[in-house]
Design a protein around this ligand. Structure first.
Ligand SMILES: Cc1cc2nc3c(=O)[nH]c(=O)nc-3n(C[C@H](O)[C@H](O)[C@H](O)COP(=O)(O)OP(=O)(O)OC[C@H]3O[C@@H](n4cnc5c(N)ncnc54)[C@H](O)[C@@H]3O)c2cc1C
Length: 456
């Protein structure tokens, strides 16, 4: 990439172009997963959609690989690329709420923390992720699983429209009214179809919730998992939450002599009337004695940020995932065999439930195909020290190998590793061919290929 063309790009932009000669380059090339160590030729930080158009045209005209970064949380590091252009949307994080229509529009670089902070004062929310630093764009484009999913569907089910810069540099609005094919593909198809510069969501009346984490003894883990399997099939849809293996962090509500020990935690979120919260969580509470808990009424954004400190940027990450329709006894046995060996305080397995409202959307209504899966577990290895890579990756792989035979072939694309590209077809089931058609229409040259790629 010549100096001249970079200078041309800089002249066109309101935002920044950061190259290896610039002071901020080392910071600008970093993504959330510290295992990813790529050196883009330029990191472009657009200030607006016009800047995005210029950056997309620049990458295409110069035949450069192009990566797109929203919240930078991609575990395989799809938000950056060696020797190419990384569009980093972190300068575009505005969120505008329209309380009368119960809608919010987020710019492409907004995080769920940005989003929830903007909607909370109006007593409104939509389905977002579990951690507030995750990007709205990347999470929603892959599907979007979180506390509110059983009640309101996946994040992508709440998407009303998206502004998209396509590979040819056009700016399109995708919705049920315009470019319906693109709108269909964006809801689960990931970053394959263009740069989404803003997303408009349907909101729902959620302000304070009743919930938080409870810690159960490992000896009671089987009972809790079996209870969860039955309970969640027809639990009220205001109930969200998931079991998780968790090494007890040094938090004041956990007895000091238990810090550092593994537990089966359950993180609950009751988004119905607050005065019903205690009763709603009682069946879970009654399964076994709770060793420690931090449960009560709290703002929804507080629960969304409650575990941020456990997973700061800069950890090493390796994740694996499959969808699960029936959680069999054998599957539970595999969880019980591997979960308690969780090797790091940030590592975990979360067994998310995606029934309720998620099941009321047909498998071909959006690109997200697994509408009959009850669970979306993720085995998430997250640890600080690269010297521990081998042991932590082995834990994830062994755990995955033990549960895969009791799971669906496909998994949630946002939980997939870089070594999972051969599973793309399985992830999309019957929607794959239609995704390929849409890809051919909007990105025939596969400019957007740094992702879980749907090849044209
Ligand atoms: C700590 C942590 C917690 C998580 N929790 C959840 C959770 O609760 N629920 C859940 O569903 N997922 C969760 N995830 C997974 C998450 O959905 C994916 O990692 C997702 O890709 C993150 O989006 P991002 O914008 O932060 O990431 P980025 O790395 O910025 O983006 C990932 C990919 O998404 C695409 N993309 C991002 N922004 C745009 C855009 N504006 N336009 C076009 N394409 C774009 C690109 O292909 C990009 O490479 C979590 C991940 C982490 C690391």
């Amino acid at each position: 990439m010549g100096n001249v063309s970079v200078a041309n790009l800089r002249e066109q932009l309101r935002g920044q172009v950061i190259t290896p000669d610039d002071a901020g380059y080392e910071d600008a090339r970093k993504v959330y997963n510290a295992m990813i160590d790529r050196r883009p030729a330029a990191v472009v930080r657009p200030a607006n959609a016009g800047d995005v158009i210029a950056a997309v045209n620049f990458a295409r005209e110069n035949d450069l690989d192009l990566a797109v970064r929203g919240g930078a949380h991609s575990v395989p590091g799809f938000g950056t690329v060696d020797d190419g252009v990384a569009i980093d949307l972190s300068g575009m994080r505005g969120v505008r709420v329209d309380p009368a229509r119960r809608r919010a529009r987020a710019e492409g670089g907004a995080t769920w923390g940005d989003f929830n902070a903007a909607t909370y004062p109006f007593g409104l929310a939509t389905t977002g992720g579990i951690i507030s630093t995750t990007g709205v764009s990347g999470l929603t484009l892959g599907g979007g699983i979180g506390y509110l999913a059983r009640g309101f569907g996946l994040s992508c089910d709440n998407l009303v429209s998206a502004d998209v810069v396509t590979a040819d540099g056009r700016f399109l609005v995708a919705s049920e009214q315009e470019h319906q094919d693109l709108f269909w593909a964006l809801r689960g198809g990931g970053g394959n179809f263009g740069v989404v510069t803003s997303l408009e969501f349907q909101l729902h009346p959620v302000k304070d919730i009743y919930g938080g984490p409870m810690f159960f003894e490992l000896d009671d883990a089987e009972a809790v998992l079996r209870f969860y399997r039955e309970f969640i099939t027809d639990a009220p849809e205001q109930f969200g939450g998931f079991p998780a293996w968790q090494i007890a962090p040094p938090l004041p509500f956990i007895p000091e002599d238990r810090h550092g020990e593994p537990f089966l935690a359950f993180v609950a979120c009751w988004a119905g009337p607050l005065d019903q919260g205690e009763a709603a969580l009682k069946p879970l509470h009654d399964v076994a004695p709770v060793v420690a808990e931090h449960v009560g009424p709290m703002p929804y954004p507080a629960l969304n940020a409650a575990f941020d400190a456990l997973v700061p940027p800069g950890l090493q990450h390796y994740w694996k995932a499959n969808f699960v329709t029936e959680l069999s006894d054998d599957a539970i046995a595999a969880h019980l065999q591997h979960g308690p060996k969780v090797p790091a305080v940030s590592s975990t397995m979360h067994l998310y439930s995606i029934n309720g409202a998620c099941h009321r959307v047909g498998p071909d209504e959006t690109a997200f195909a697994y509408r009959d899966a009850t669970f979306a577990p993720v085995i998430a290895g997250m640890w600080p020290d690269p010297a521990q890579n081998e042991a932590n990756i082995a834990w994830v792989r062994d755990y995955y190998d033990a549960t895969a035979p009791h799971s669906e072939q496909g998994g949630y694309i946002n939980f997939m590793s870089g070594d999972d590209q051969d599973r793309i077809k399985a992830n999309y089931r019957g929607n794959y061919e239609r995704l390929v058609e849409v890809k051919r229409r909007y990105d025939p040259g596969n400019l957007f290929h740094v992702n879980q790629n749907i090849a044209p």
